[in-house]
Design a protein around this ligand. Structure first.
Ligand SMILES: Cc1cc2nc3c(=O)[nH]c(=O)nc-3n(C[C@H](O)[C@H](O)[C@H](O)COP(=O)(O)O)c2cc1C
Length: 330
């Protein structure tokens, strides 16, 4: 049985990998994930926002020094020489590469174009095999249109593409007015793949304390549906690699993602809940399903139920809106 897949130009032994999360923070956990069969590992994101806040703090601190101890400043490095590079993150890439055989996919969440480009270059230099761009934008302001938000994603992807050679995936959210148009634009900019989708954490209102608090919930299987829809719809429209992220909790979910058109399947919540070893169960379940359904390779499954190959393409488009509504029985 051939489980291999090609994702972002990387030849992987199977399609399963832990997605961006704290699962990559501990070397022991990373080794356990490898032992469970993970074909690659995605690191949690490097958030430029955090680094820039620190940079601003240090700049203010140095300016104060400068005023009070002008002559002493010659003993200190110029601010530009201060190593505010997120060294721990970059070291982690090197450590995981040294300790495992898995390709390492780093993840970046920048702010301005400059920070996306600069950190992408650091990440490439640190030895990452690929880079996921975590574009976490919400259109919250009335003077910014949906089109502007989409253009920004394309602009960032284009700038990063021009500055690094490693494969790039863009991790999207489902909240774009035209996911397919955006996917096409990213393909034109020579991006290698898409990760569908990021999960936004929604606010919760506490009716006793009258506070609005962000809430971090793990996903459930329902979250997979919107991914399946877009995997199925995009599979026939772009040649990009497609990674599924969100709502994969069982071996059947892995199969569903592949049938819709995923080249790789990322898992986070299920591994956080059940432990790294659960990845082996997902993998074993995939093999069993393939055996039972007489599939020889993951390649045969991939996209077998994409929109074009699906007997009822309407199911992807409007989700058979009218018929589905009529299915409801009291
Ligand atoms: C605790 C936690 C931390 C996460 N950190 C990141 C991150 O740093 N970057 C990112 O792109 N996604 C991050 N995610 C999102 C996951 O990569 C993934 O897209 C999402 O959880 C949906 O997959 P799942 O249903 O398998 O959990 C995080 C998720 C969780 C639960």
């Amino acid at each position: 049985m051939n489980l291999t897949t090609n994702y972002l130009g990387l030849k992987l032994k199977n399609p399963l990998m832990p997605g961006a999360s704290p699962l990559s923070d501990n070397l022991d956990t990373v080794r356990r994930l490898q032992d469970a069969g993970a074909s690659a590992i995605v690191l949690h994101s490097l958030f430029a926002e955090q680094i820039e806040r620190r940079e601003a703090m240090v700049a203010r601190h140095l300016a104060r020094w400068n005023d009070s101890f002008a002559e002493a400043m010659t003993l200190f490095p110029e601010q530009d020489d201060y190593s505010l590079v997120p060294s721990e993150y970059l070291e982690r890439i090197a450590k995981i590469k040294a300790a495992t055989q898995m390709p390492v996919i780093a993840s970046l969440n920048g702010t301005q174009i400059g920070s996306w480009v600069a950190y992408a270059q650091y990440i490439e230099e640190a030895g990452a095999d690929a880079l996921e761009l975590n574009t976490y934008f919400l259109a919250t302001l009335r003077n910014i249109s949906g089109a502007e938000i989409e253009e920004r994603v394309v602009e960032i992807a284009h700038a990063v593409r021009a500055s690094v050679k490693i494969p790039i995936a863009v991790k999207l959210s489902p909240f774009y007015s035209s996911v397919a148009h955006l996917a096409g634009s990213l393909e034109e900019k020579k991006i290698d793949g898409l990760v569908l989708f990021n999960r936004f954490f929604q606010p919760e209102i506490d009716v006793e304390t009258l506070e609005v608090t962000p809430r971090l919930d793990l996903s459930n299987q329902e979250d997979l549906r919107v991914r399946l829809r877009w995997l199925g719809m995009l599979r026939d429209q772009v040649k990009l690699s497609l990674g599924c992220s969100g709502g994969v909790h069982t071996p059947e979910d892995v199969v569903r993602a592949l049938l819709a058109g995923a080249d790789a399947v990322q898992v986070v919540s299920a591994l956080l809940k059940q432990g790294p070893e659960f990845l082996a169960n997902l993998l074993a379940g995939l093999s069993t399903w393939m055996e039972q359904h007489e599939y020889e390779s993951v390649q045969e499954i991939r996209g077998a139920l994409s929109m074009r190959n699906c007997p009822d393409a309407e199911a992807y488009e409007r989700g058979n809106y009218l018929r589905t509504l009529q299915l409801w029985k009291e």
